[in-house]
Write a protein that binds this ligand. Structure first.
Ligand code: GTP
Ligand code: MG
Length: 452
């Protein structure tokens, strides 16, 4: 590739972790203090993401971030809401996120979704830091609003500090059990070899300057080359979510990680059966400072360049899949781009057997994770698809030969109303869960009991 990159794009930072450990609160706090630190309008809100420019990061992080040390434009944070699997965040042969923040409740330590997130971070080789959140809940804590962690620690009683340390070392131990050498971030010399643990509070903002400084440092040191892109090239992105939007029909919330996407562009999007070729009717961004859930929440924009989150409205997107690629065609043969999308989808195709269970998952990434876990558990798969559980899935599950394979395993999906009726009369067992290994455990227990 001999295209001369003419700028560095914003690194994409995924925030992930177990339910309720404080991902959204942490982002809200960063966003909130960013809004109060920055000139009005400096913070751009994206679909599914927030862009914080370097100047704002540096004023929030104070002495910890000198803007002259960096030439990346800032950080684009992606929240992974609720049970939404981080595995959606895939891109061309790897992870969509350049770096990640693994949020762990300092009192709770590792929980099932923490383990799941760690597995994906390991598999995709994504560099990450751990935000040990909720330090303000340490008994006897003396909050130091917005201060760097060292200054906050100076204000704590010996007892509070030692209680916090105990929890932090517990997490460091759990990271080590998971195969990662880790330490408190100020003791880490080489962030490529060791995972830095940053104590923070999303409520008092203590440690947030440190977290931002570590993220900027990580991006700058290890990812500068990957951030060099051709900003004018045809856009590439990943679908985060397929959503019906009043007045637009099915739309795809997309993170653009390369190039630019313009209104009117022909795009190819990964679909249920085959790639969807369509034309962009509108590119939608949240209105500045607008409440997300108000009526006219979107503003139409003419183009969006990487890295950014954007809602794409275009005809025929109903069959688009979360986790699937989006490619702008522009100046290239359409067929080449279709082949590219097909090749990318083929990477995540699941091996199926003549006889086996039926698997449904919310995104391509989670389907892939399910397939991997089932292969390890030696459970054959007859069919694996993205989407909610529909009558057709029940009909297929019923055709399994072995009784124990007449089963539907749904990860992060709903059962459609008409499928519910059918489940009552069908000879098919349904399993649903938001944690992959629990789903598989439930199924295995069922099989064991059946064989007894
Ligand atoms: P999901 O999106 O459901 O996975 O949860 P989340 O990880 O985004 O957690 P969220 O930010 O919604 O926080 C869960 C609860 O923990 C909320 O009640 C927060 O107010 C609380 N919380 C989050 N961070 C902190 C913190 O640093 N200190 C304290 N005391 N409470 C916190
Ligand atoms: Mg959340």
């Amino acid at each position: 590739d001999d295209t001369q990159p003419d700028t560095l794009r914003t690194p994409i930072v995924a925030v992930l972790g177990h339910v309720d450990h404080g991902k959204t609160s942490l982002l809200d706090e960063i966003r909130g203090s960013a809004v109060s630190e920055a000139e009005a309008g400096a913070i751009t809100q994206h679909i599914g993401a927030t862009d914080i420019p370097l100047s704002t990061i540096s004023s929030m992080a104070g002495e910890l971030v000198n803007p002259d040390d960096f030439d990346l434009p800032g950080l684009l944070f992606i929240d992974t809401p609720g049970h939404h699997s981080f595995s959606t965040l895939r891109a061309r042969g790897g992870a969509l996120a350049d770096i990640a923040v693994l949020v762990v409740d300092v009192n709770d330590g590792f929980q099932p979704q923490t383990e799941e997130a760690i597995d994906i971070l390991r598999r995709t080789g994504t560099p990450f830091v751990v935000a040990a959140n909720k330090i303000d809940t340490t008994p006897g804590w003396n909050p130091q609003e917005g201060e760097p962690i060292q200054r906050s620690l100076e204000a704590q009683s010996e007892r509070a500090e030692s209680m916090l340390n105990e929890n932090l070392y517990e997490i460091i131990g759990q990271l080590s059990d998971a195969g990662f050498s880790a330490d408190l971030y100020w003791r880490v010399q080489d962030f490529q070899k060791n995972i830095g643990v940053v104590p923070v509070s999303a409520i008092t903002a203590e440690g947030i300057p440190d977290l931002l400084a570590v993220l900027m440092g990580l991006s700058q040191r290890f990812m500068k080359e990957e951030m060099a892109i051709d900003v004018h090239g045809p856009g590439e992105g990943t679908v985060l979510e397929v959503k019906d939007e009043r007045g637009f029909g099915a739309t795809v919330d997309t993170v653009v990680y390369d190039g630019v996407i313009r209104n009117g562009d022909t795009i190819v999007v990964g679909g249920q059966d085959e790639p969807i070729v369509t034309e962009v009717r509108a590119l939608l961004q949240p209105r500045p400072l607008a409440e997300i859930r108000t009526e006219k929440q979107f503003e139409k924009v003419a183009e969006v360049g990487a890295a950014a989150g954007v809602k794409i409205a275009a005809p025929d997107l109903d069959d688009a899949m979360a986790g699937a690629p989006v490619r702008v065609v522009r100046d290239r043969p359409l067929q080449d781009v279709i082949e590219e999308v097909k090749a990318e989808l083929a990477e995540i195709e699941v091996d199926t057997a003549e006889d086996g269970v039926v698997v449904k998952a919310d995104t391509l990434g989670s389907l892939e994770a399910m397939a991997n876990a089932l292969r390890e558990a030696e459970v054959p798969i007859m069919r694996a698809e993205v989407g909610d559980i529909a009558p057709r899935d029940i009909a297929i599950a019923e055709t399994a030969n072995q009784d124990e394979h007449k089963a539907l395993l749904g990860f992060n999906v709903d059962v459609l109303a008409n499928a519910e009726d059918e489940l009552e009369s069908a000879d098919v067992k349904l399993f649903t869960n938001d944690v992959i290994y629990q789903l598989i455990e439930d199924y295995e227990t069922y099989v064991e009991e059946k064989q007894r």
